[in-house]
Each structure stands twice: as structure tokens, then as C-alpha cells.
Design a protein around this ligand. Structure first.
Ligand code: GCW
Length: 658
């Protein structure tokens, strides 16, 4: 691997030229206004503008106007021939507005209609699955593909926190405003972050704060017990309540703007309220009670299922679990509890239906959790731009046509993504994986934004210094490698929504039966005649019935189920003809050949950009394309061979299958 200095990602100096060449005036007070002032100062110093123009003489005026109606984070841009004015009702709005101006570049200084922008979602969060200690199996960052943790090193918070400040700046510039600093699997030493080690969290919070990012902490539900203070963690025990109250009080004494707790309870071995015969509402409300008077929030994860099931037992369906556990609890959660639901019912597969939980708790604040880290989507060795998938999720209407979108339903809860960042010089390992972080933040700000446009926007900023040679060739090359990359990845991996087929444990690369006889509830049931999981009400697990009527009906029947989800909902013969007109098995062969061809083509497109892209970035991506291609061929050949051998049906085009 080539090494480079820390990459500027989507904020290369050059991207600030527009602001930096102007006579700028910043008005207002407070930490975030000071941040804007410092940004302006740096840009002007670099590009020869002035950062101390007075109101009358400036051509860019940024000011906080108390009483404005932009809300806590919104802003208004007014562009006349003489001057561009950015106003915000609060400092956070000024900061977001500043980065908006950076994003639109010279267009900020051409005349145009007034525009007011406000985030659709108040909470736009990243969850870091970072461990303080290096975990023997999971390493330092669980499902991390970009090196070690940005926050933790050698068993404690890093001494040099400057990179965290740079990170906060990147996050703020794409709209993110909250971050959890440790893994939801809270191991022994991480449990102590809440108590005697909270000063380390406070030091990190101090670096995130100037960019408007609130710090959250993942906590261990059994902390009062595990830390040896009490002999129970029962949520209804008075002593347990007092323990959490005191813990929260100490936290807020050090970090008054602390965001709250993230909790993975009764999930994959983490402790939870079930041990005491209590419900998840009891558990969540315990922590909510401790945080309420400080304005904190509990993010309670809905990822609760039986991870020790018997593959012989066809009646248990992991996909059903979150709904079965949580839908009956609607109305029982405190106001400062947010139920955090993975976007699909399983686990961040390349294709899943939208989780039926999202629309099932109208009296509960629900947040949707996405996975920016590419656990099942190529582990940041493959290009897989996820914005198109996330857009589909956010545009889904759980109640059918006329009902609200997922983006609208999560307005009270927010959007969360598992971070894809580490201490790698490119932040995300694969340089093009930065696009996932960026587009996530932008979609959280505006869930209706066009996914491809966001990818273009990311490219335009990131490649600003490279856009001097032959900008149109570079732009179209970047579009070609990014826009269709999720579709390509889907083609060469698990077909038609069936999921998994990955190597157990680390989840990289193919293993068709890797999870077929395991305890994890992730099966495809392929035999000589057919494949897929019957989740219908009529003859299957009944999962389809967890949706509101229009979707329950759509998914229930093979005829109306969309092709891309067919094997998620139904077990069908290999000869079943899809809406596309192809049989299932021919679809499998065709998509796997095509997927590899598309990777070959993308690799060529990238190679042809060598003269336009900075060498460090170009080389890193080129190296990774070799691995992506090797792995895609492995997927193609294992999947195609598996289904040829199972079904005995030859490829209609006589291509090579092993
Ligand atoms: O996707 C799975 C991962 C686990 C993860 C878990 C979760 C943090 O394989 O590594 O644990 O989900 O979301 O809790």
C-alpha cells in the first residue's frame, strides 16, 4: 500500500477559494461563530481575501440574527449583485451555512433568489464501533476497514487529538451533528468510560464541540453490576435507578452538552432487561430517567434476536424478531428514548426489504440505522457507493402510496450510520469510500436529495485540485465508477435478496453455505429444486404479515413480489420465471458474469484517469481494484458453480462454470 499524509477528503484547501478570495465579515458570538471566523481567517489568509471587512464594504457577510426563523441549525442565503449574505438564527446555522457556501463554490457569489435551508432531521449521527482495547477477535474497530481508532490507542484516549478536530470539521461540513465514541458491544474496560474513565470521553468531546458535534457514549446495561457497585442491574430496582442517576449527573458535570447513551441490550450476548424478567421499555426508561433532566437521549437498539437458533427449526425467523419484540411496546417508551432500528430486518445486506418496525410504532421516536462501514458490501476494498440504496430506503412508504416516507417517519428520531472511518491516511481505507460518509451526512440533512447528485457533489469537492486538466473526462470517469457500483456489487454477490453467503466470522468473500447450518438464523435453503425463504403468511414464517396492508399483500405473493426481493420472501424452483423474463437460475448466471464484467470495466475507467488524479489516491484505488476484481471473480465462480451443481441446469449461453 502507498502511504500519504492525511488526506483532506472533501475539504481540500482549494475548495475554500471562493470564500478565501472575498472581503468577508463575520458577525455574532459563541463557540461555533468563532469556528466560522477561524475558517474564514484561514481561507482568506490562503487566498488573499480579507477576513475583517466591515459590514458596508464586504462582499460576503455572515451573521447570526437572533429571532430569525431558520431554527437551531438552518440558514438563509441572500445573493445580490453587490453582496452575498448568510444569516442564521443560531451559531450552528451559521456553521452549516458556511459549509453550504463552500460546497456551492463560485455559485455563492452570483446573483440568485433567496434560499433558506433547514435539516429535515434534527439528529444526524455516527456510531463508531471503536474499542478502547484491541479486541482479540474484532480488533480495535469492530467491522472497521480503515485502520485503528481515531479516538483510542494503546488502551486509552489518544494523546494527540488534532486529527479528531479535523474529523469533526469534515463531519460538520456534510451535516453530521452527533457521534458515539465507542462500540455498542461494550467490553470490560469500555464499561468504565461511563464512570472513572469519563474524563477521556470529555477530552474527545472538547475536540468535537467546536464543530457542533455532540458526543454520545455506548453503555453497558449491566454496568452497576459489572463495576461491582450493586448486586443487580434490574431496571426496576431503586438502587439501580439511583446508580444511573448519579452516573449521569457526573457525566453532565464534565460535559454539559453530552448527547446521551447508546444501548445494545439482550442482543448477541450483551446484557439487558430480560435477565430480570423486565421489558425493553423498562430498560430504556431506566436510562432515560437518568438523562432526562440533563436533556440527554437514550438510543435503544432494536437489533434483538435469537443468535443461538437451531438451523433445523424452520419456525423461528430472525427477520421477524425486532418487530415481535418492539411493536407491542409502542407508547411505553419515555419521550427521550429513541428506538434505533436497522434499515432492514436482517443485518445490512446488499439487498433487504425495509424493516417493518419503522412504520409500526407511531407513538415512539424511531431512528433508522444505516451501515456506512462496508461489512457486507466489500469491506472498503470494493467500490460500493451506498447512497442509492439509502435513498431507496428513505423514500420507501411503509403504509403504501400516500403515506409518509421513511425519511419523514424518522423526523422525530433521526438517522444514524455506523462509521466507516479509522486512522488510515484516507480516513476510510478505500479513498472512494469517503463518498459513503459524505453522502450519508447529506442524506441525513435532506433525505430527498438525489443520490447520484450527492456522489457528484462529493467528487466535485474532493477532486477540486484535479479538476484543472480535463475536468469533463474526470467527472464522467468518476460518475462511471461510482453511480452503478452498488448495483454491480449486488450482481456478483448473494442473488435476489437472499443475503449472506459470506465467509463466516469476518464476512468477506463468498461462502454459499457458510451460514447455512449455523446458529445465526441466516439461511437460504437451496436444494436441488430451488432456493429462498418462505416468509409468506400462507405457508411461511409470516414475516410478510408484519407490513401494513399494501406491502403485506405485495410481498405475500410470488407474482407481485419484486424480483430483487424474491428469494427473501419466497422459496421458488430454479426454473421460476422472474418479471424480467429470465429464470431464477439463468438470472443468477447472468448477473454474476455481468457483475465481474462491470468491475473489469470500472477498473479500466479508473486506470484511464491516471493522468488526472493525484498519484497517491490513484495508486491506492488502482491497487484495490485488483483485489475487488479477484474477489468478484471468486464470487462469480463459487455462486455459479454451486447453482449449476445443485440444479443441473446449464447456462443458456454456455459460458465457463466450474
Ligand atoms: O452486523 C452485525 C455485526 C456485529 C455488530 C452487530 C450489531 C456491533 O456483525 O459486529 O456488533 O451487527 O449491529 O450490533
Amino acid at each position: 500500500m502507498t502511504t500519504v499524509e492525511t488526506d483532506p477528503a472533501w475539504l481540500p484547501d482549494e475548495a475554500l477559494r471562493g470564500v478565501g478570495t472575498r472581503r468577508v465579515c463575520v458577525r455574532g458570538e459563541g463557540l461555533l461563530v468563532d469556528t466560522v471566523r477561524a475558517e474564514v481567517g484561514r481561507a482568506c489568509h490562503k487566498f488573499g481575501g480579507s477576513d475583517d471587512a466591515d459590514d458596508a464594504a464586504c462582499d460576503l457577510l455572515l451573521k447570526v440574527v437572533a429571532g430569525g426563523d431558520e431554527g437551531p441549525e438552518g440558514f438563509t442565503v441572500t445573493r445580490t449583485a453587490r453582496r452575498t449574505t448568510l444569516t442564521a438564527a443560531a451559531p450552528a446555522g451559521l456553521l452549516h451555512g458556511f459549509f453550504h457556501l463552500v460546497r456551492i463554490g463560485e455559485a455563492a457569489f452570483t446573483q440568485g433568489p433567496d434560499e433558506t435551508h433547514r435539516p429535515a432531521l434534527a439528529l444526524r449521527m455516527l456510531d463508531h464501533w471503536d474499542n478502547v482495547d484491541v479486541h482479540p477477535v474484532m480488533g480495535q474497530v469492530e467491522r472497521g476497514y480503515a485502520g485503528g481508532s481515531l479516538f483510542w490507542r494503546d488502551g486509552r484516549a489518544r494523546g494527540d487529538l488534532s486529527r479528531i478536530r479535523a474529523y469533526a470539521r469534515l463531519l460538520a461540513s456534510c451535516g453530521i451533528n452527533a457521534l458515539a465514541v465507542n462500540n455498542v458491544n461494550v467490553h470490560a474496560s469500555e464499561t468504565r468510560l461511563l464512570t472513572e474513565r469519563f474524563t477521556e470521553v470529555a477530552a474527545i468531546a472538547a475536540e468535537l464541540r467546536p464543530y457542533g458535534i455532540r458526543t454520545h457514549l455506548s453503555v453497558n446495561f449491566a454496568a452497576p453490576l459489572l463495576l461491582g457497585d450493586l448486586d443487580t442491574a434490574d431496571p426496576l430496582d431503586e438502587g439501580v435507578r439511583a446508580w444511573w442517576r448519579e452516573a449521569a449527573d457526573r457525566v453532565y458535570a464534565l460535559v454539559p452538552d453530552f448527547g446521551g447513551f447508546v444501548v445494545k441490550a439482550d442482543s448477541e450476548g450483551q446484557p439487558g432487561p430480560f435477565a430480570y424478567g423486565r421489558s425493553h421499555a423498562d430498560g430504556a426508561n431506566l436510562l432515560a430517567g437518568a438523562l432526562a433532566r440533563h436533556g440527554g437521549t437514550v438510543h435503544w437498539r432494536a437489533f434483538v434476536y435469537d443468535h443461538r437458533q437451531d438451523w433445523r427449526d424452520r419456525s423461528t425467523d430472525r427477520a421477524r424478531a425486532a418487530y415481535d419484540h418492539f411493536a407491542p411496546l409502542d407508547g411505553q417508551f419515555a419521550d427521550n428514548v429513541i428506538l434505533q432500528v436497522k434499515h432492514g430486518p436482517m443485518d445490512f445486506q446488499v439487498r433487504e426489504p425495509v424493516s417493518p418496525v419503522i412504520g409500526a410504532l407511531p407513538r415512539t421516536r424511531v431512528a433508522v440505522e444505516l451501515q456506512a462501514t462496508q461489512e457486507y458490501t466489500g469491506q472498503q476494498r470494493h467500490v460500493c457507493a451506498l447512497a442509492p440504496m439509502w435513498s431507496e430506503v428513505l423514500a420507501f412508504r411503509p403504509e403504501g402510496e400516500g403515506g409518509p416516507t421513511v425519511g419523514q417517519l424518522v423526523a422525530g428520531g433521526g438517522l444514524v450510520a455506523v462509521a466507516n472511518v479509522g486512522d488510515d491516511p484516507f480516513w476510510t481505507g478505500h479513498p472512494l469510500a469517503q463518498a459513503n460518509l459524505y453522502s450519508y451526512g447529506r442524506l441525513a440533512w435532506d433525505p430527498t436529495a438525489d443520490a447520484d447528485q450527492l456522489l457528484d457533489e462529493w467528487a466535485e469537492l474532493t477532486f477540486t485540485p484535479d479538476l484543472t486538466g480535463d475536468p469533463e473526462r474526470l467527472r464522467s470517469g468518476l460518475r462511471a465508477v461510482l453511480h452503478g457500483s452498488w448495483a454491480t456489487y449486488e450482481k456478483y454477490t448473494a442473488p435476489l435478496g437472499v443475503g449472506f453467503m459470506v465467509q463466516p466470522g469476518h464476512h468477506y468473500g463468498p461462502s454459499v453455505d457458510g451460514y447455512e447450518y449455523s446458529t445465526w438464523g441466516t439461511y437460504h435453503f437451496a436444494d436441488r429444486d430451488g432456493i429462498g425463504v418462505d416468509r409468506s403468511r400462507a405457508t411461511g414464517t409470516g414475516y410478510a404479515g408484519q407490513y401494513a396492508k399494501p406491502w403485506a399483500d405485495t410481498y405475500e405473493r410470488v407474482e407481485s413480489c419484486p424480483d430483487e426481493l424474491l428469494l427473501f420472501f419466497h422459496h421458488v424452483p430454479y426454473g421460476h420465471v422472474l418479471h424480467s423474463g429470465k429464470t431464477v437460475v439463468q438470472h443468477i448466471y447472468d448477473t454474476h458474469f455481468e457483475g465481474v464484467e462491470e468491475v473489469e470495466a470500472a477498473r479500466e475507467v479508473w486506470a484511464a484517469l491516471a493522468d488526472l488524479v493525484s498519484p497517491a489516491r490513484h495508486t491506492r484505488v488502482a491497487e484495490l481494484y485488483e483485489e475487488q476484481l479477484r474477489c468478484a471473480r471468486e464470487w462469480r465462480d463459487q455462486i455459479n458453480s454451486y447453482f449449476l451443481r445443485k440444479s443441473g441446469v446449464p447456462d443458456a449461453h454456455g459460458r465457463r462454470i466450474y
